[in-house]
Design a protein. Sequence first.
Length: 443
Amino acid sequence: MSIPDLAALHALGPAQQPTYPDRGAVDGAVARLRTAPPLVFAGECDDLKTKIAAVARGEAFLLQGGDCAETFAGVTADNVRNKLRVLLQMAVVLTYAASVPVVKVGRIAGQYAKPRSSDLETRDGVTLPAYRGDAVNGFDFTPESRVPDPQRLVDVYNSSAATLNLVRAFVTGGYADLRQVHTWNTDFVRESPVGQRYEQIAGEIERALTFMQAIGADPDEFHRVDFHSSHEALVLEYEHAMTRVDSRTNTPYDVSGHFVWIGERTRQLDNAHVELLSHIRNPIGVKLGPTTTPDDALALAAKLNPENEPGRLTFITRFGAGKIRDGLPHLVEKVNAAGVEVAWVCDPMHGNTFEASSGYKTRRFDDVIEEVQGFFDVHRSLGTWPGGVHVELTGDDVTECVGGGEELLEADLGGRYESVCDPRLNRVQSLELAFLVAEMLRK
Ligand code: PEP
Ligand code: MN
């Protein structure tokens, strides 16, 4: 299968692309990226595809999480380690509760470009281009910083490489040791008032591990984990430059990440993002919001996975807590009835964003949980498998989403609001979510 021309993709009029002032500089950055080594291998993408096929069959659960928008400044050992740690902690709890493998995918090492609802941002009477992620322009609210700079695409590559290198070292170098991860969980349960609710399940995991130790079981899997990278494939220059024909199979892969997805705002059937991703062989996702009709979903599946390859396609639904119970059933029913192979994953974040009176963009922890509960209930009533969750989170104690056991209030948001885009669950809220989803999985 061939790779479509970049110019042909642009001719389709794709949404959410930067308007670069200097095309020559864009060509230079793209040329640089085309010769850069792959960040991931095609074979690794195939492994993930096999794992997602198990998710689609109901034999595994997907945990996908990380920042809404990574930043170049956020590429530090502490930041990457904290995110990874909370994801590993969540994964242990979910694995125990689900009794199936948990496929671990970070929104990490590439999540630098953002679609925006408006091209412009106005503050105190001053209007500038919107921030589109570090991949495109700067977050500072100045005219210079907001000019799209193609050199940033090369910075995305370098930042992703540094992040992925560290992640790979952590997950294979002892940091992901099951005993250690479990100890972090028991610390959370013991030390935080929020954690105490989850004493029982942590105790059960403790006994299971002690039993394994007693019988002398010490498999390799106790000491290392498989972890995968993912991001929204948004800026066509970058994703196209990172798409290469794999010499093993002679087919194209986007080697910028293991899993890439198409956002809610760029999933138009006849446009460039769907076209480009229809040509790559990675496992891919599509975000589906509440306006998605069953015919939209079927058409996307036909275009993106014409051979109905297991594990190739994940539908990430993001309806909102108030809409999922009414909106999701007919979508799942029709897609399922058509025999479409798909993993269903719940993004309980993007349908639940609102602006607090203080002006901060936020989400209520209860709405997030309610959407996941709705997702489980809908799938259970239809006999389909609630395949996983896709969340925006951080390993730090930020104050971006309200509620949760710490009862964060709107008035607290200013304390430590660090996201440059959407509000993320903090460390405690993320662990709480994992324990609550664990309870849903066990029912
Ligand atoms: C996101 O995942 O950050 C995002 C913008 O999501 P969506 O495309 O679902 O709005
Ligand atoms: Mn987001």
